[in-house]
Write a protein that binds this ligand. Sequence first.
Ligand SMILES: [Cu+2]
Length: 257
Amino acid sequence: MQKLWSLLFLPVPIFCVVLFVMAPSYGWWLPENASTFGADVDHLFNVILWIVTIAFVITELVLVYCLFRYTGHGNRATFIHTNHTIEFWWTLIPAGILIFIAVYQFRTWADIKVAANFPNADVEMEVLAGQFEWRIRYPGPDGKLATLDDIVSTNDMHVPVNKNVKIILRSRDVLHSLFLLNMRVKQDAVPGMAIPVWFNATKEGTYDITCAELCGWGHYKMRGRLLVQSQADFTTWLAEKAEEQEADTETAAVVPR
Ligand SMILES: [Cu+2]
């Protein structure tokens, strides 16, 4: 009877493995990839997932085997103080796996994160994270950022499809993290730093912008919209936005104080 109880541990790994195998075909993993380097990121994710799964299956099988094999004999477990052979291997194998991952991901990391490798930007913008919103700034007609004609948008990012977008990411207060899940972009915004980020969106559509760093009571409110549109629509939107802003400044100027 005790042996039967030990088998209760078996359904858990079986269930997990079935879930693991089924998940990709049901779209239960990451949402749709819509950026040029997204496939590389997903590949790394899957490689690590396979490593973790294999380790999980092996440890669960050993656990269930030991429970089944050694239960019900009335024997007490022996306390072993040190075993250098076991310790050597359980240090060496995980270390080897970690070194493998570090080397294997190097190319992808360098392409996505190292500013020197960024492609030439077709569109440049600044994103200022703050409690609790994203302030997005595009260069105005003078084509330069941080000048008076900048076009400002809150929580609403527009980018043209199939173009290299470069973002200068800043924070006004605390740590935030710009998370464009469909672009496979996640980057911390650190107060005092201007961090470059790039992506190239491959599909038109509406995607989420979220904050992936618990940044205060209103963290959940840092949800924005990323609209990937055709170059023509993007240019029109920018022009409309600039006009709106111009009108606002004029109205503000005539209102008596
Ligand atoms: Cu935040």
